[in-house]
Design a protein around this ligand. Structure first.
Ligand code: GLU
Length: 304
C-alpha cells in the first residue's frame, strides 16, 4: 500500500477559527489512523495580506489542538520558482494568454450583458461572473507587445484549448467518508469548463491558488487532500491542471463545513470566533474536539 500523506494548508491572513480546527483535526486523525504523515503548508502567495504573526499563531493553535506536523511547513512564498516553472510549461503548450482588462472594465462588461439580456451573466461555481472577454479579441502578437510594453496584465488559462488537451472526460476520486481512510473513493467527473478562463498568475502575485495548490500537492507527495466542501468545485480545475502538467492526482475528501448560528460558513474576514479567543476563555483542545463531534482520540488502525 502506498504512503498516506495529507496536509493542512491555511493562509496566514487572519486567526484560525473552528472551521480550520475541524479541517486540521480531520487531517491529523486520518494520518494517525492510517500510520501516515500530516504536513503543514503555509499558503502565503498573497504577500500583501499574509503576516508572520498569523503564521506563528497557526503553530500555536495547532499545538493547542495537540497536532504536530511531521516536518517544517512548506511556505509557498519560498517556492515562486516552482510555480513559475509550471506556468512556463503551460505557456509553452500555448494554453496561457495575458489579459489587460481592469477589474472595472470586466465589471462594466458584465453589467452591460445583464442590462441587455435582463438575465444574470454566466457565473462560476463560486458565483463570480465568468471572464466576459475572449482570447480572440486581440491577436497573440498584440498581446505580446502590450505585455512587453509593461502594461498591467493577468495570465489566464485558455480553457477551450486546455480541454482540447484533456483527451476526454477527467475524473477524480472522492472519499465520502474518512473511515477507512485508505479506501479509494468514488470517481467524480471534473467540470473545469464551468470556471471559464481562470487566472493563473498576476503581475504582482506571479501564481494563483489553483496553480500553486496543484504544484505543492505534487511536490509534497500528497496522497489524500482533506479539505472543506467549499473547495469541492475547484477540484475540477485542479484535476485539469494535474493532467496538463502530468502530475499525480491525490484522492480527495471534502468535509462538511462548520457553520455559525445563522447557518453561514465561518470566515476570518467576518471575524468568526478565533481559536485564540476560545483558548483565552479556558477551553482545551479536547473541548474543541468534543464541540466538533470528533472522538476524544484516534488510534492507528491495526495493520492486518
Ligand atoms: N488555503 C486554503 C484555505 O485556507 C486551503 C486550500 C486547500 O486545502 O486546498 O482555505
Amino acid at each position: 500500500m502506498s504512503a498516506f500523506i495529507c496536509r493542512f494548508a491555511p493562509s496566514p491572513n487572519g486567526r484560525l477559527h473552528l472551521g480550520h480546527a475541524f479541517s486540521a483535526l480531520l487531517n491529523a486523525d486520518a494520518a494517525r489512523a492510517a500510520h501516515g504523515t500530516f504536513l503543514l503548508r503555509i499558503e502565503d502567495i498573497d504577500t500583501t495580506r499574509c503576516r508572520p504573526e498569523y503564521e506563528q499563531a497557526i503553530g500555536e493553535d495547532l499545538a493547542w489542538l495537540g497536532i504536530v506536523p511531521a516536518d517544517a511547513p512548506r511556505r509557498q512564498s519560498a517556492h515562486f520558482a516552482d510555480y513559475a516553472a509550471a506556468l512556463e510549461r503551460l505557456e509553452r503548450m500555448g494554453l496561457v494568454y495575458p489579459c489587460f482588462e481592469s477589474r472595472a472594465e470586466i465589471a462594466r462588461k458584465v453589467a452591460e450583458h445583464e442590462a441587455r439580456t435582463g438575465r444574470p451573466a454566466p457565473r462560476d461555481p463560486d458565483g463570480a461572473p465568468l471572464y466576459p472577454f475572449s482570447r480572440t479579441d486581440l491577436s497573440d502578437a498584440v498581446r505580446r507587445q502590450r505585455r512587453a510594453a509593461g502594461e498591467p496584465f493577468v495570465l489566464r488559462l485558455d480553457m477551450a484549448a486546455a480541454l482540447g488537451h484533456s483527451g476526454g472526460a477527467l475524473f477524480w476520486h472522492e472519499l465520502d467518508s474518512l473511515s477507512p481512510a485508505c479506501a479509494s473513493g468514488t470517481p467524480l467527473v471534473a467540470e473545469p469548463a464551468a470556471w471559464g478562463d481562470v487566472v493563473l498568475a498576476r503581475r504582482d502575485t506571479p501564481t494563483s491558488y489553483h496553480l500553486s495548490v496543484v504544484v505543492d500537492d505534487a511536490m509534497q507527495s500528497i496522497s489524500h487532500v482533506i479539505r472543506g466542501q467549499d473547495l469541492k468545485a475547484a477540484t475540477s480545475v485542479h484535476v485539469l491542471l494535474q493532467h496538463l502538467l502530468r502530475l499525480p492526482s491525490p484522492i480527495y475528501h471534502h468535509h462538511r463545513l462548520i457553520l455559525d448560528e445563522q447557518g453561514r460558513k465561518l470566515s476570518k474576514s467576518r471575524d468568526s470566533t478565533s481559536l485564540k479567543v476560545l483558548r483565552d476563555q479556558g477551553m482545551s483542545g479536547a473541548d474543541v474536539r468534543s464541540m466538533l463531534g470528533l472522538p476524544a482520540s484516534v488510534q492507528p488502525t491495526p495493520s492486518t
